[in-house]
Ligand binder design. Structure first.
Ligand code: EPU
Length: 331
């Protein structure tokens, strides 16, 4: 058995049957063929995956590396191996005057995880920069790719996430326009006196460091739940009970409500059960105060989900990937 504890940022103590490092497509294919008769899990930096118990299978650790940049009159084209660190790519681009990723600074994890989750923060989601995503298809044993449309992106969703286990992303091809309109719509960014990619980058880092716990100091996996969307009539009903309820318009006339507000309103912020807690500055982030147990995390997450359903008639969905004995588990 191999320890997984330092391989996921929530840091629950867990083990797996075997662990293989993958640093080329050939080594990936080789490992898949060897371990194909047991549960397989491809893992980046483990910042959105939580092992809630021992995994009775093989974990393939993504160390695929390489960044290739080219340009034409209008665009920068980046082809990036999926095991590269996301924030290091953001820094690489900022240093070269390639704009667009600055709103997504300091998001933990690998480049390969970015399209799975359609990572987003401070007014920008990664889908807008994705040209195509290359992957190894497990069933056919072939390399293939999806263009942006085929990835079927939505809020924190993609075809890769919906059809988890079928494909292993090996590289991501980005296209960034040279004439890029900076995004400063998110509150604190709108206050910037002279908006530039650099100043947005710095501000985003400052906000994240204030609000979100650093996983190297306090185990966590970022937002635990997605922000739910509800119908207008449901929203008006809630607003009559809670006049200050924060809300945002979402596609198709729906209304997005911050899950953090729902959880905070029910009094969970700062709560601690065993070594699992709800972060004191951001109610959407569950944390590991030291020796958190998987069962305590599931208990707290289910309690939050149940109480949100009872009080607001809203079904929360987890944003993190929870891994049990041999597969992903649902709350
Ligand atoms: N709020 C509370 N209590 C809290 C925190 C927030 O009531 O403890 C309310 C406030 O009204 C605030 C609103 O919730 O205005 C929204 O909070 P915030 O701006 O912090 O963003 P969020 O909706 O909680 C989302 C993403 C984050 C991303 C931020 C900024 C999701 C699930 N989360 O959080 O992404 O950094 O917006 O764009 O969409 C992640 O995915 O892991 C993540 C951290």
């Amino acid at each position: 058995m191999q320890s997984l504890t330092s391989l996921h940022t929530f840091g629950i103590q867990a083990k797996c049957n075997s662990l293989e490092t993958v640093d080329s497509v050939d080594s990936l294919v080789y490992a898949i063929n060897i371990y194909k008769n047991q549960p397989l899990l491809f893992l980046g930096e483990g910042s959105n995956t939580i092992f809630v118990e021992d995994f009775e299978g093989c974990v393939l650790l993504n160390k695929l590396k390489g960044v290739h940049v080219s340009e034409d009159d209008e665009f920068y084209h980046l082809s990036v191996a999926s095991g590269e660190n996301w924030h290091e790519l953001v820094v690489f681009c900022i240093e070269r005057g390639i704009n667009g990723f600055e709103n997504l600074a300091l998001i933990p994890g690998t480049v390969g995880a970015a399209p799975i989750q359609n990572i987003g923060a401070y007014g920008v989601e990664i889908e807008r920069f994705i040209h195509s995503v290359e992957f190894y298809e497990i069933e056919s044993g072939r390399m293939a790719y999806f263009n942006r449309k085929e990835c079927e992106f939505a809020y924190r969703e993609s075809r890769f996430k919906r059809e988890a286990g079928k494909r292993i992303i090996t590289s991501v091809n980005f296209v960034l326009p040279k004439q890029y309109q900076l995004v400063t719509s998110y509150g604190p960014l709108a206050e910037l006196k002279e908006a530039s990619a650099q100043s947005i980058f710095k501000k985003v880092i400052e906000i994240r460091q204030q609000k979100l716990p650093d996983p190297s100091k306090l185990g966590n996996a970022g937002s635990f739940f997605k922000n739910p969307t509800i119908s207008m009539s449901h929203f008006l009903d809630l607003q009559s009970r809670y006049p200050d309820i924060p809300h945002f318009s979402a596609p198709e006339g729906m209304i997005k409500i911050p899950a953090a507000w729902l959880i905070d309103t029910l009094g969970f912020k700062g709560v601690k059960q065993g070594d699992v807690g709800c972060h004191q500055h951001q109610a959407l982030v569950l944390v590991n105060h030291g020796n958190a147990k998987g069962k305590d995390l599931i208990y707290l997450a289910r309690d939050i989900k149940q109480q949100v359903a009872n009080h607001f008639n809203i079904e929360l969905e987890n944003e993190v990937r929870l891994i049990g004995r041999d597969n992903a588990i649902e709350l």
